[in-house]
Design a protein around this ligand. Structure first.
Ligand code: NAD
Length: 351
């Protein structure tokens, strides 16, 4: 791959900075992307994933970083958008030294990028990062203070977002008996199951890790579903909470749910998949709007002095933001993702 091709990639979208970090001593190979610092330092988590090629890692970090710009802008946070990926198997290649090396790379950017955990990394890994840089959040928090694991906060926003979508699309004010299919019961998905179960929603869960499914079934009375069946399940709501790109030309025609509302980043394989959802009468809650709870928590933690109660209050704004998008999309007969993108780009000063 030539450098010029990166500038020409569809995912590049006017990124301010792309940094490749290599540390021979620890085996670290990381890429940090900064999409925009117009609204503040670029904030976004660090994903650890065994990408088959560097090209795939670059495409992913650029896509995720742009997504963080949009997410932070839409959540009204004083943050720009960025993201990091560490190329490696999080089940095998993790050491505290590797994350310290990553922390030095983050520190070298002098605060233009603030990191946190994401898929494949944990609060423990971020504690290693924090030994060498202060540009990190998503660390352990004192009781009652803002911070800590963002996953439960993300789950709260997704839960409130599902309620808003159910109200808008199905005209129902509660979730009793509403059938929700959840793809991925990891950090976010598990907490989401808890919140939905309290309201009497009927849960169907799938995960590539059988233990995660078992936990949700035992604790919340969820029904197990095969991994390759969950997307097409006959449910009211499909909640993708695993990885991105699950909504595409192959999966959308099979969907039976009338609402898609989940935590996963970059759920639409391509922008035009939003049009396919709209044509099928499926209400799509734009991923970066509904899953902002974690970054809202990270923002409060990073800027300091806030309580957990303030974070929870901030997250209550997520459903109103979604409803505004749903209403505008209906009024203008456009897709919800196009409306959200336009609103985000306006806030970023981009066309
Ligand atoms: P996680 O790694 O804890 O959980 C993901 C779960 O999905 C795991 O249990 C995994 O086994 C499962 N999974 C992977 N592939 C699957 C497949 N094909 N079918 C079914 N299950 C599969 O991650 P998380 O923190 O819960 O995040 C979930 C998603 O939400 C990710 O896309 C992440 O980027 C996004 N997200 C997370 C946060 C957060 O605060 N953690 C915030 C915003 C967005």
């Amino acid at each position: 791959m030539h450098a010029m091709e990166i500038f020409d990639m569809r995912e590049f979208d006017g990124h301010e900075l792309l940094v490749f970090g290599n540390d021979a001593a620890t085996g670290l190979r990381a890429i940090i992307a900064i999409h925009s610092t117009v609204l503040g330092p670029a904030a976004g988590g660090c994903r650890m994933w065994p990408y088959e090629t560097t090209t795939k890692a670059v495409a992913d970090v650029l896509r995720l970083s742009q997504g963080m710009s949009y997410k932070n802008a839409m959540a009204g946070l004083p943050f720009g958008g960025g993201k990091a990926v560490i190329i490696g198997d999080s089940g095998k290649a993790k050491t505290p030294q590797l994350f310290e090396a990553f922390g030095r790379l983050v520190d070298s950017l002098g605060g233009r990028y603030v990191t946190a955990e994401d898929v494949g990394t944990t609060t423990g890994d971020m504690a290693s990062v924090a030994r060498v840089t202060r540009y990190v959040a998503g660390l352990g928090a004192a009781p009652g203070q803002a911070g800590g694991d963002p996953a439960p906060k993300t789950a709260l926003g997704v839960y409130l977002g599902i309620k808003a979508a159910v109200k808008f699309r199905l005209g129902r004010a509660d979730l009793k008996g509403v059938r929700v299919a959840i793809q991925g019961t990891g950090g976010v998905g598990h907490h989401l199951c808890r919140l939905l179960a309290v309201e009497g929603a009927e849960l169907f869960v799938a995960d590539v890790q059988p233990a995660a499914v078992q936990r949700a079934c035992e604790q919340f009375g969820a029904h197990p579903v095969a991994v390759d069946e969950v997307l097409a399940l006959d449910a009211d709501v499909l909640s993708p909470c695993a990885l991105g790109g699950v909504l595409d030309a192959r999966s959308i025609p099979r969907l039976k749910a009338s609402i898609v509302a989940g935590a996963a980043n970059n759920q639409l394989a391509q922008g035009q998949d939003g049009a396919a959802l709209q044509a099928a009468g499926i209400l799509y809650a734009p991923d970066y709007v509904i899953n902002a709870g974690g970054i809202i928590s990270v923002s409060r933690e990073y800027h300091g002095g806030a309580t957990e109660a303030q974070v929870l209050a901030d997250i209550q704004a997520v459903p109103a933001r979604l409803t505004e998008i749903f209403e505008r999309a209906r009024r203008e007969n456009r897709t919800t993702n196009a409306i959200a993108d336009q609103m985000a780009r306006e806030r970023l000063g981009r066309r």
